[in-house]
Design a protein around this ligand. Structure first.
Ligand code: ADP
Ligand code: MG
Ligand code: MG
Length: 207
């Protein structure tokens, strides 16, 4: 993971969020307040603009800028959660180029940040249900000798599987939890945007 890949990844997330904005909002209209697509779009559009004007000299600086911008532009729960995760990722990568295992550790720091702030655990029907398996898959692939791109592809697959697995769950965190049993049968919006984030990483790393 180097500065160019970091920038390209964040840009690819912005493109994916733009393409899937309506879908994310639709999912949030079923079990939330119908703004997840709007929130993510506002945040990553601002990130794209914020990164245009800077020449970061570390991978971490790209992610810290991303996180800070998300926190200051997204009103919903996803702002501080994703923003904090990107800041944690950035703090762990104070280097112009990171080895895959160091990146795996940074992803884990991002997960820790989300869990510390939101106190969700796997199975609560949140972004954690996509993020946690993605981090585990990435690290496992690297430890088994896979390259960055293959590990990122495995992470994206795991995130999508985790995303789909949120459908039968009852939400225990966030707005969807207010619905109780009525949250069952709907895919979680945040798990869906997390899957987009990891698919964007896989696509970026493959090129
Ligand atoms: P809001 O719910 O404030 O409108 P968003 O709609 O942007 O914010 O984001 C909703 C998503 O945030 C949910 O689908 C869920 O994945 C995630 N989320 C909400 N609360 C938590 C939490 N405590 N921990 C982890 N993720 C959470
Ligand atoms: Mg919402
Ligand atoms: Mg909201």
């Amino acid at each position: 993971m180097d500065i160019d890949l970091a920038r390209a990844w964040v840009k690819a997330i912005a493109v994916a969020v733009d393409q899937h904005k309506d879908h994310l909002t639709q999912l949030d209209s079923a079990i939330g307040d119908a703004d997840h697509g709007v929130n993510m779009h506002r945040g990553f559009s601002a990130v794209t603009t914020a990164l245009e004007g800077v020449e970061p000299d570390t991978v971490g600086a790209v992610f810290i800028k991303t996180g800070t911008t998300l926190i200051s532009t997204i009103g919903g729960a996803s702002g501080p959660l994703y923003g904090g995760a990107f800041r944690a990722l950035g703090k762990a990568l104070d280097t112009p180029a990171a080895e895959p295992l160091a990146f795996a550790g940074a992803l884990a720091a991002g997960l820790e940040s989300i869990q510390k702030l939101g106190t969700a655990v796997p199975g609560d029907k949140t972004m954690i249900d996509a993020y946690a398996p993605a981090v585990a898959a990435f690290e496992e692939q690297i430890r088994q000798g896979a390259g960055f791109a293959a590990a990122a592809a495995a992470a994206a697959d795991a995130a999508e599987e985790g995303m789909r697995a949120t459908t039968p769950l009852q939400a225990r965190k966030g707005r969807a939890s207010y619905l109780g049993a009525r949250s069952v049968g709907h895919q979680d919006p945040g798990a869906t945007s997390t899957a987009l984030i990891f698919r964007a990483l896989a696509d970026t790393a493959a090129h």
